[in-house]
Design a protein. Structure first.
Length: 65
């Protein structure tokens, strides 16, 4: 859209999206909670091929006693 005279109007500051997404965005690439499918995030669903989830230190599995 050009005005009379060949000048391009400046975009309104309202509807213009922010240059950087908010850090509190759910499921963001930098969000530690929820995993987000990151191979380097061993916590909560991030068990990628580079970081296998270690066995939980708990009671032994039920077996022949």
């Amino acid at each position: 859209m050009k005005l009379a005279g060949g000048r391009t109007p400046c975009p309104p500051p309202g509807p213009r999206p922010p240059p950087c997404p908010p850090r509190s965005e759910p499921g963001g690439p930098k969000s530690p909670s929820g995993g987000g499918g990151r191979p380097s995030s061993p916590s909560r669903g991030g068990g990628g091929p580079k970081s296998p989830s270690p066995p939980r230190p708990g009671p032994p599995p039920p077996g022949p006693s």
